[in-house]
Design a protein around this ligand. Structure first.
Ligand code: NCD
Length: 269
């Protein structure tokens, strides 16, 4: 099996864990460095993909700034395409690793109150988690300032709150998100200080959640912006490192399932 990591956006966790997952399964893993590729010479996304396809790669892991880019590629190449994050749209393997982490601690997902807090507007992690957690029977809450919560997002199956104390009341899981300034086209947040005051997770706000509530963050964290260091590093509450660990396991499962399906194996899905 040959796996190509094709990342058009920065990544630490996702790219490395797809690489490790592939290697642990015995695949040949190639990391395409987009900044050193022909994309800089004007090649289109589809031509780049067609080139990689002609080399007969089996699995293509794609991260791209445009929502829908992996879906488009999946229609054009023979390789199995895995979405490693597309624009503001989805990040499916992140939602899978988050669900696995929650299940390990809570035994299941149905009936849990999960609060996703912060920059919902620019978060593909939030969208994939809303879909997955709602499908598994969680009570999904979204908390953030009105400027960072898209109108109508309730229709995906979540309730919206603008006050951390209200939204966190009785929560089993508190999932913090980074302010994705690189995707913001306007000044949506007055200042970091004010943002932290209202929406940053500290001990006082966390006290409104259940005493055994899990604290999660997909990374990269901006300490002191959306989360206080003392909370992020608290081994009694934070499962942020475990999320990273589960990321390798979940990606191994995804790659294995797709590889078997390509080989027509008995466990194909
Ligand atoms: C996220 C992403 O890239 O969507 N990170 C990740 O994959 N763990 C979230 C972010 O960049 O803030």
């Amino acid at each position: 099996m040959t796996l190509i990591n094709l990342f058009f956006e920065d990544s630490t966790r996702t790219r490395t864990s797809f690489e490790l997952a592939g290697k642990r399964l015995g695949a040949d893993v190639i990391n395409m460095s987009v900044s050193q590729s022909s994309v800089n010479k004007g090649e289109t996304l589809l031509d780049t993909a067609a080139t990689l396809n002609a080399m007969r790669c089996d699995l293509l892991v794609v991260r791209h700034a445009l929502s829908g880019a992996p879906h488009l590629l999946a229609q054009k190449v023979d390789a199995a395409v895995i979405n490693a994050g597309d624009g503001l749209h989805e990040h499916p393997t992140q939602a899978l690793l988050d669900a696995l982490t929650i299940r390990r601690h809570k035994g299941g997902l149905a009936g849990l109150v999960v609060a996703i807090c912060g920059d919902i507007a620019h978060s593909r992690v939030a969208r994939s988690n809303i879909h997955l957690l709602a499908a598994f029977g969680c009570d999904v809450r979204l908390i953030g300032p009105p400027t960072l919560i898209p109108a109508g997002i309730e229709r995906l199956g979540a309730r919206v709150f603008h006050d951390m104390r209200e939204g966190l009341a009785g929560a089993d899981v508190v999932m913090m998100l980074r302010l994705q300034r690189e995707r913001m086209t306007a000044n949506l947040v007055p200042s970091v200080r004010e943002y932290f005051h209202f929406y940053g997770l500290d001990a006082a706000k966390l006290a409104h959640a259940k005493p055994d509530a899990l604290v999660m963050h997909p990374g990269p964290m901006n300490r002191g912006v959306e989360i206080d260091s003392a909370i992020a590093d608290d081994p009694e509450r934070s499962v942020i490192r475990e999320q990273v660990e589960m990321g390798v396991a979940v990606r191994m499962a995804v790659l294995d399932t797709l590889a078997r399906a390509r080989q027509g194996g008995r466990n194909s899905a």
